[in-house]
Design a protein around this ligand. Structure first.
Ligand SMILES: [Zn+2]
Length: 309
C-alpha cells in the first residue's frame, strides 16, 4: 500500500502544480517551518498547531507527519478531512492539473439575510479559507488517462452546492464530454446552499443532465464520496456514478439521523449512514483508503476506458 506517501510533497511548502490557483491565505499552508535557531534561548514550548489529537484513537500526531500521510492517522487509519488542494496534489500526476473557471464567484441573487447576509458570509469564507467557492474543477492526468476532475472543499460554507459549484461542475462535465474524457468528482458536502434557495436546487438537475449526456457518449463517471457527503449533493451527482467509491468511515446520507429517526419513529441500525454500511447494501461499490486512491482510480480508469473502446 501507498509507497507514494513517503515521498509525497506537502503543498505550499514545495511548489505545487503550477496550474492550481496559488493559495491566498495561511489556512492553506499545512506546515510553516521556522528558520534554524529561531527559538534558541527561549523556553521550550509546544507550538500551537504542531500536534493534532486523533479523535478515534486519541494518539497525538505530529502535523508534519500527518500531512505526509495525507491526513490519515498513522496509528488507527482515521481519515481527517482534507482540503481540495491537498487532495488534487495527492491524486493527479505531478503538475498535470489545469484549472477551469478559477475566477468564478457566487453572487447574492436573492439578497438573502438571516443572522448575517449571504454577501458577508461569502466574504468571510473567502477570507478564512483562501478559496473562492466550494469546488475546484479542471482536467488532469491520473495514471495513463486524461480526466475531467471536480474536487469539493468542505471548509467553504460546509461544501454547500450553490450556483457556482453547479456551474463549474457542469462546465467541466461538458468539456469532458466534448473531449471524450472520463469524469471523476470527489464530493464532500452538507448539501444545497440555502442562501441561494431554488437556484441551488436547480444545480441538482443541471449537473445530472450533463452527466447523462456524458454517459450517452459511453464515457465513464467515477463518484468518490468523502466524509461527509449528504443531502442535495448525495441526491444528485454524487450518487449517479458508474462507479461509486468512498473513503473509509465516511458519513454518507441524505437527511441527518435525528430527522430520519423522528420521521420514521424507528430505531436506526448501528453504523447507519457510514460508507461501510452502504457498501454492504449495494449503494457503494468499494471502500478505498485515501493512500491507495490514486492507484485505484488509475486501475478503474484502465478498466472502464478499455471497456469503452
Ligand atoms: Zn488514530
Amino acid at each position: 500500500m501507498a509507497k507514494r506517501s513517503a515521498t509525497h510533497k506537502i503543498p505550499d511548502v514545495e511548489p505545487v502544480a503550477p496550474a492550481i490557483t496559488p493559495p491566498e491565505h495561511p489556512a492553506d499552508t499545512t506546515f510553516v517551518k521556522n528558520s534554524i535557531g529561531e527559538n534558541k534561548g527561549r523556553k521550550r514550548e509546544i507550538p500551537e498547531g504542531l500536534w493534532k489529537k486523533c479523535p478515534k484513537c486519541a494518539e497525538m500526531l505530529y502535523e508534519k507527519k500527518l500531512d505526509e500521510n495525507l491526513a490519515v492517522c498513522t496509528k488507527c487509519g482515521h481519515h481527517f478531512k482534507i482540503g481540495a488542494r491537498l487532495r488534487i496534489d495527492a491524486l493527479v500526476n505531478d503538475g498535470s492539473f489545469e484549472e477551469y473557471d478559477a475566477e468564478m464567484v457566487s453572487v447574492d441573487i436573492l439578497k438573502f439575510t438571516g443572522v448575517a447576509t449571504y454577501t458577508s458570509k461569502l466574504e468571510g469564507y473567502v477570507k478564512k479559507t483562501g478559496l473562492k467557492d466550494a469546488v475546484f474543477t479542471g482536467c488532469a492526468e491520473i495514471g495513463d488517462h486524461k480526466v475531467g476532475l471536480g474536487v469539493m472543499d468542505f471548509r467553504f460554507l460546509g461544501g454547500s452546492m450553490g450556483s457556482v459549484v453547479g456551474e463549474k461542475l457542469t462546465r467541466m462535465i461538458e468539456r469532458s464530454t466534448e473531449a471524450g474524457q472520463p469524469v471523476i468528482i470527489i464530493s464532500t458536502s452538507g448539501g444545497a446552499r440555502m442562501y441561494e434557495g431554488m437556484f441551488s436546487l436547480m444545480q441538482m438537475a443541471k449537473t445530472c443532465a450533463a452527466l447523462a449526456y456524458h454517459g450517452k457518449r459511453g464515457l465513464p463517471y467515477i463518484s468518490v464520496l468523502t466524509d461527509p457527503t449528504t443531502a442535495g449533493v448525495m441526491a444528485s451527482y454524487a450518487s449517479v456514478g458508474d462507479l461509486i467509491i468512498a473513503e473509509p468511515a465516511a458519513m454518507i446520507g441524505f437527511a441527518g439521523p435525528r430527522v430520519i429517526k423522528d420521521t420514521t419513529q424507528a430505531e436506526l441500525p448501528p453504523g447507519f449512514q457510514t460508507a461501510e454500511f452502504l457498501k454492504e447494501r449495494g449503494l457503494i461499490d468499494a471502500i478505498v483508503p485515501r493512500l491507495e486512491m490514486k492507484e485505484r482510480l488509475a486501475t478503474y480508469l484502465d478498466f472502464l476506458m478499455a471497456a469503452k473502446s
